[in-house]
Design a protein around this ligand. Structure first.
Ligand code: FAD
Length: 498
């Protein structure tokens, strides 16, 4: 190390996910190399919850364990993909035409996204045939899912730019506290949706947990609901056709000679003493001290670090923020049977373990993980959250695979003959030691009480991660948080210097 390096102020970042990587990258860019930056990462790779699984698949197929979708609204994600020369950004689900809907209780299918004024009319019809979907009111049976989303959710445009990190603004005209205290199922009922309409809309929200476990406000805040669906027409969706891990790997490449990344270095203890911050990491319990520390890890793992030197409000928030259960199961198939049959591989379902489960519980959503890959063979994935996700997480892997294959047999006749059983797998995020859940969610009443304490700095410790952004559960949020923290560090550093 030369003399100028020795005297550089030191920034330690915990976590080499997109938040940690973008903090390092942005801090280096903005400060032109003023800081000595080191990242400590528990795993042996970068990317965290962005992870492309290449094993145990064959035929060069791969699937995503975490992030897969990039929205056209996620400007920073697209910016970095382009900046790093990732020229395999592929649009998928054009106009959402491919989306379908299956019910396990009776054989029924419809395109899942239908505009109030548009074609086709999936429930009821222009010929006024009775709707095949149960428990819908007359006024609902003539229109489709998209119309329900618009009718029951879009009055909350008044939330304004709910993705802004400074949200909620004082000028919001509706009672956000009341909405936060209400669970999402109650909200839908209060807004006038019938049980049948809720049933139909439910798979649309099968990304977090059972509907009664979620703060209504948190779901309304999600950009896909409050803005993309209602005001701006169909969102456009992209993925990286060679795998999403390319994005964090591109960051790693850019940081190669400017930032040290130490792998297999789980941080187990943090101490703050005046202006110095010290972390203990790795099995040999090495110590590293610096001027500033960035916690770019989810609160679900931060809460396991010893002696967190933070205020009572911060500690309470770190312990209370809940993370969604997501179980994903992947079936590798010699032929994409779903391409030829009645149902394609982009399907919302209400398939649960037991069809008697309550109206708030979520079903299994299906996705051809190989949509952007050119091959005869493919990987069909089940995405399961809430009670179903927890039940599947508790199973052995072999049982998860059997469960999935059995449930979809009625819709894809003969699929079991095409499955490469030795090349199927699953990913349950609750069991991942360095994530302990998929992405955070707010229970009723938590959003307004916890948000004020998620992002704020504690002494010389800063907080990054998608959970600290207005776009939680998205790479976009993780990247945005890195930009915010880089600015915060610079501000504190120059304030101290003056
Ligand atoms: C199932 C699933 C589906 C998703 N789908 C999408 C999608 O389609 N589109 C999208 O944009 N986003 C999606 N996301 C969200 C996206 O993956 C995350 O928002 C984003 O990757 C979070 O980045 P992060 O850096 O904040 O956290 P992470 O990626 O979790 O990074 C944190 C890093 O810290 C490390 N770490 C944890 N604890 C310690 C410790 N004690 N010491 C040292 N290191 C530690 C971890 O190993 C990890 O590498 C999905 C996520 C999941 C789980």
């Amino acid at each position: 190390m030369n003399t100028s390096q020795k005297t550089r102020p030191k920034v330690i970042i915990i976590g080499a996910g997109l938040a940690g990587l973008s903090t390092a990258f942005q801090l280096f860019q903005l400060s032109r190399g003023l800081f000595d930056i080191e990242i400590l990462e528990a795993r042996n790779r970068v990317g965290g919850r962005v992870e492309t699984l290449r094993k145990p698949f064959s035929y060069k197929l791969f699937a995503e364990a975490g992030a897969f979708w990039i929205s056209d609204k996620h400007a920073l994600t697209l910016y970095y993909c382009r900046k790093f020369g990732l020229n395999n950004i592929k649009e998928i689900l054009k106009e959402n035409q491919e989306l379908q809907y299956i019910s396990q209780d009776f054989q029924f299918k419809c395109p899942a996204v239908v505009r109030e004024d548009g074609q086709p009319l999936p429930l009821g019809s222009r010929t006024k045939k009775p709707s095949p979907w149960p428990n819908l009111r007359m006024d609902e049976s003539q229109v489709g899912l998209y119309a329900f989303l618009s009718r029951y959710l879009c009055s909350y445009r008044a939330l304004l730019d709910a993705g802004d990190p400074n949200w909620p603004y004082p000028q919001i005209s509706i009672d956000v506290e009341k909405l936060d205290k209400m669970n999402f199922l109650e909200f839908l009922k209060n807004t006038g949706a019938s049980d049948g309409a809720i049933d139909l809309m439910r798979p649309w929200f099968a990304w977090w947990d059972n509907l009664e476990k979620l703060s209504a406000l948190s779901i309304l805040r999600d950009g896909a609901v409050t803005r993309q669906l209602c005001d701006e027409g169909h969102p456009r969706w992209y993925t990286l056709s060679d795998g999403m891990s390319q994005l964090p790997e591109a960051f790693q490449h850019q940081l190669k000679n400017i930032v040290k990344i130490t792998f297999n270095a789980p941080v187990v203890k943090i101490t703050q003493n005046g202006n110095a911050v010290t972390v203990t990491h790795g099995n040999a319990e090495k110590q590293l001290s610096g001027d500033y520390l960035v916690c770019a890890i989810p609160f679900s793992t931060l809460r396991y670090i010893e002696n967190l030197p933070f205020s009572p409000n911060k500690l309470q928030t770190i312990h209370q923020l809940r993370y969604s259960t997501v179980a994903r199961v992947y079936l590798q198939c010699r032929k994409r049977v779903w391409k030829k049959g009645k149902f394609n591989g982009v399907v919302f379902t209400d398939i649960r373990k037991n069809s008697q489960e309550g109206i708030g519980s979520c079903g299994m959503n299906l996705l051809d993980m190989t949509l952007a890959q050119n091959s005869e063979n493919g990987i069909l994935q089940a995405y399961m959250v809430g009670d179903l996700g927890r039940e599947v997480t508790a199973m052995k892997e072999v049982d998860r695979i059997r469960f999935f294959a059995n449930k979809i047999k009625p819709f894809y006749p003969g699929i079991e003959k095409e499955v490469d059983w030795g090349h199927c797998t699953s990913k349950c995020w609750d069991n991942d030691e360095w994530a302990r859940g998929a992405y955070h969610m707010f229970e009723p009443g938590q959003m307004m009480t916890l948000i004020p304490h998620i992002t704020n700095t504690e002494g010389h410790v800063f907080f990054a991660g998608d959970h600290t952004s207005g776009r939680p559960g998205w790479m976009e949020g993780a990247l945005q948080s890195g930009h915010r923290v880089a600015k915060e560090i610079l501000k504190m550093h120059f304030q101290k210097a003056n």
